[in-house]
Design a protein around this ligand. Structure first.
Ligand code: ATP
Length: 255
């Protein structure tokens, strides 16, 4: 199982002051939610944690080693990223797309084999898109595409999940299914980090939260300490009302 740490990390949001350096430890089994208003830097942080974007300063460590110095194939076997935005570069079916998750395990000249197909089929079935396996991804609805994107990371079997708004486009049933999947991955020993706009999903399914403010300020810790009404109201510049329902706090905007 893998651990992701940040040391004095400042993400590079253009034109913004550096704010507070992030010293995070995302350990196996933990479910981190990253919350913040539009433009606060959630996607920038996730891409920095994945090694796709250079930080302004500081470092990201994977199992104690600087991510920037690790072999990318090794990183791809451990770390999976569900992107917020996807572009279909060329026409591909749902099965072909999900099979990409197996590529970190294949040598350059090896085609996907029976095992890879089985893992892919299981992931598509888990995300309720196996019946779409032969369809071109470009013909899918937004929610179906989102479920294929998550199935693709599931085929990759990462021990660190970085999910950028994983419930985007999903109906209530599939939102719950995706949050349950991420909780299961954490229970099996993965570290899960997800950017969420839905406070209530975060309150119900995360055990740690990072609050990112638009000026670069940040605070983080266990959910029990971070779900504080006034801090959340300041985060979103929005008055909120809260109540406990089914064992978790629920937040609604006050008009
Ligand atoms: N290439 C770029 N050039 C200039 N500004 C950029 C660039 N990339 C990102 N930004 C800015 O950096 C800030 C952080 O963007 P980011 O996508 O990380 O925010 P976010 O918190 O994920 O927002 P959202 O909730 O809207 O998805 C935004 O203000 C964005 O406009």
């Amino acid at each position: 199982m893998s651990r992701l740490d940040t040391q004095e990390l400042i993400i590079d949001v253009p034109g913004r002051a550096s704010g507070r350096a992030l010293n995070l430890c995302m350990a196996p089994g933990q479910r981190w939610g990253v919350l913040g208003p539009n433009g606060a830097g959630k996607t920038t942080l996730l891409h920095t944690l994945a090694g796709l974007k250079a930080p302004r300063s500081g470092e990201v460590h994977l199992d104690g080693e600087p991510l920037a110095r690790l072999n990318r194939r090794r990183v791809a076997q451990q770390l999976g990223l569900v992107f917020q935005e996807r572009q279909d570069g060329f026409p591909a079916t749902v099965r072909e797309t999900a099979l990409i998750g197996r590529h970190p395990y294949l040598s350059p000249w090896r085609m996907e084999g029976g095992d890879d197909l089985c893992i892919t089929h299981a992931a598509l079935a888990r995300m309720d898109v196996a019946h779409l396996a032969d369809r071109l991804v470009s013909t899918l609805s937004g929610g179906e595409r989102q479920r294929v994107a998550i199935a693709t990371v599931l085929t990759q079997s990462p021990t660190i999940w970085l999910a950028d708004e994983p419930t985007n486009h999903l109906d209530l049933h599939h939102q719950t299914a995706v949050m349950e999947l991420l909780a299961e991955q954490a229970a099996a020993g993965s570290a899960v980090v997800m950017c969420l706009h839905d406070l209530n999903l975060a309150a119900r399914w995360c055990d740690h939260l990072l609050l990112l403010y638009p000026d670069g300020e940040a605070c983080w810790g266990p959910c029990s300490q971070m779900l504080e009404l006034s801090a959340l109201e300041r985060l979103y510049d929005q008055r909120l009302a809260t109540a406990d329902i089914d064992g978790a706090p629920v937040f609604v905007p006050v008009r």
